[in-house]
Design a protein around this ligand. Structure first.
Ligand SMILES: [Mg+2]
Length: 230
């Protein structure tokens, strides 16, 4: 059933937009996210002169960035810079997602185009793609808008930026993502959505996607052998 749904989506689309952290790699596998979050909290504290900051409650670096916006544009810009540096270091030791690179190769061979659309920084995503010899497989990489965490997914902004690189409409594209924010962003701009449920319990959270897979190999197999749409 999943393969049939994937075939139908891929037959009707020309561009596959990949979220980065999840479908392509586990960004913080080698440099753990809670450690990066703590480092960013120290940056926020030093910039604001406060010993305890609102961001202390989270272990998600992107959430620290999002919350740091309350301290104003100069703080959020500096936190974004610090996070970009940490993510780029993390990308050097990120763990590849099984069949993630295989999907990028299969997209190219199937005649589709590929983009990476991520809430991480473009620099980190490009560093990973370079490190793993995947750069030529991807037509464009859209990271978060520096200093504007409000434009991260679930906002549709990054998807619209990616789509602008192709002569297609939103309905000719599909996003592969592992969070509710990905699916919401896809819905916001009108692309199809493939949920990648890479952890227990995620299938339910991604239920708004057109189809949910638990292994990127499911997508790779259909791209490699598209057959007839169901
Ligand atoms: Mg993700």
């Amino acid at each position: 059933m999943t393969a049939g749904a994937l075939r139908k989506i891929l037959a009707g689309t020309r561009v596959v937009l990949f979220d980065f952290d999840g479908p392509i790699c586990s960004v913080f596998a080698g440099l753990p996210a809670p450690q990066v979050a703590r480092d960013l909290q120290r940056v926020v504290a030093s910039l604001t002169g406060q010993r305890t900051v609102e961001t202390d409650t989270t272990e998600d670096p992107l959430e620290v960035l999002r919350q740091s916006a309350r301290y104003g544009p100069s703080v959020v810009a500096k936190v974004d810079e610090a996070l970009t540096a940490a993510e780029t270091d993390a990308a050097q030791v990120a763990e590849p997602t099984p069949s993630g690179a295989r999907c990028l190769r299969a997209v190219r061979r199937s005649g589709h185009r590929a983009a990476v659309v991520t809430n991480n920084s473009e620099r980190a995503a490009r560093a990973y793609l370079d490190e793993h010899g995947l750069t030529e497989l991807v037509d464009t990489v859209i990271g978060r808008h520096p200093g504007r965490p409000d434009l991260m997914k679930p906002n549709g902004w990054p998807l619209l930026q990616a789509l602008a690189a192709f002569p297609v409409g939103a309905h000719d594209a599909v996003l592969v993502g592992d969070t509710e924010a990905d699916i919401q962003a896809a819905r916001a701009v009108g692309t199809c959505a493939i949920g990648y449920a890479n952890k227990p319990g995620k299938r339910e959270r991604l239920a708004a996607a057109d189809v949910v897979i638990e292994d990127m190999a499911e997508l790779a197999e259909v791209l490699e052998d598209p057959g007839e749409p169901a």
